[in-house]
Design a protein around this ligand. Structure first.
Ligand code: CP
Ligand code: NVA
Length: 336
């Protein structure tokens, strides 16, 4: 086996061992081991693993758990970022480690060095890497060729780290997740994909309301339905009012994601009926909270009144990026 095949096999073995412990039913909470794993998709995690990350994140946020790992995190970003970049950087500092900002423009990545070469080199310097790029396949290629844990810090396909923070925020609000209903209104994009998978994994009902040509990818819909089985609802609709009815979480994101700036203006009239405003949230449960991954375009996908209103939890949600990712890194690095 060449080194890269060996590395991929090691990561698969680590995943299967965790699966064995889980199915053997030997103290699930204690036996969750993420050491050496990747997080490329929300579906890389089991329900028990998500709960373990959220529990550790809550303990760390409360100051009751203080795992230490003096490791080096690389941030290989090919897109802009405020929250993800800063929360990962501060997170690794607080764990006792350090960060290297490997923005594409300051590396040979921007000059076309192949990802398979970059991966094998960075693997020998770094302990863990978070990657923000366009194509999910590029992330998967990197992970295949690197032995260190690789984290999806956003691709066009998924944004799982955001969803860990989102679930932490919902759990803080409602005390638990199971049986709650999450409604996402807007573009069937990377956020919608990771939310669908994450919500189904933790036993939440999930509803997505998007314009007809902007629905989530059928593969993610099928994957979500397979996870949900007949235990929870998965509704994909074009009707935002129906989707919001009685929901506990109303979530939205920009109508044009990074890399789609040219399409932003033409999308406004298409997405206008999908705006999260007072009328839409009045249909949700009285206890409902409103989430947005940020950055927000006020008066487009969400009104100023709603994002600044009493049901908005967007600032707690943004803060939780730090806690959830600290817990994730501590677990992937074997420090918790
Ligand atoms: N929500 C989020 O990922 O924000 P950034 O793009 O600022 O990192
Ligand atoms: N869908 C957005 C999320 C930003 C955090 C984007 O990809 O730009």
């Amino acid at each position: 086996m060449v080194r890269s095949d060996c590395q991929a096999a090691t990561k698969r073995l680590s995943r299967n061992l965790v699966g064995f412990y889980f199915y053997a039913g030997i103290g699930v909470g204690r036996m969750v081991v993420l050491n050496g794993r990747d997080l490329l998709s929300m579906a890389d995690l089991s329900s028990a693993e998500i709960q373990a990350i959220l529990e550790l994140a809550a303990e760390m946020k409360a100051g009751r758990a203080k795992p230490r790992c003096e490791k080096t995190l690389g941030l290989l970003f090919q897109k802009a970022s405020t929250r993800t970049r800063v929360s990962f950087s501060v997170g690794i500092f607080q764990l006792g480690g350090q960060v290297l900002d490997l923005n594409a423009s300051v590396t040979q990545v921007s000059r076309g060095e192949p990802m398979i070469d970059t991966a094998r080199v960075l693997d020998r310097y770094l302990d863990i890497v978070a990657i923000r790029t366009f194509d999910q396949k590029e992330l998967e290629t990197f992970a295949h060729y690197a032995q260190i844990p690789v984290i999806n810090a956003l691709t066009d396909w998924e944004h799982p780290c955001q969803v860990l923070a989102d679930l932490q925020t919902v759990q803080e609000e409602f005390g638990s997740l199971k049986g709650l209903t999450l409604t996402y209104v807007g573009d069937g994009n990377n956020m919608a994909h990771s939310l669908m998978l994450g919500a189904a994994l933790v036993g939440m009902n999930v509803r997505i309301a998007s314009p007809p040509d902007y629905q989530p990818h059928p593969d993610i819909v099928a994957q979500t339905k397979a996870i949900a089985g007949d235990r929870t609802e998965v509704l994909i609709t074009t009707d935002p009012q129906k989707a919001a009815q009685g929901s506990h979480v109303i979530y939205t994101d920009v109508w044009a994601s990074m890399g789609q700036e040219d399409l932003a203006e033409s999308r406004v009239p298409i997405f206008q009926p999908y705006q999260v405003n007072d009328e839409l949230i009045s249909r949700a449960d009285a206890s409902a909270i409103v989430l947005h991954c940020l950055p927000a375009h006020r008066e487009e996908e969400i009104t100023d009144a709603v994002i600044e209103g009493p049901q908005s939890r967007v600032w707690d949600q943004a803060e939780n990026r730090l806690h959830a990712q600290k817990a994730l890194m501590a677990m992937l690095l074997g420090a918790a």
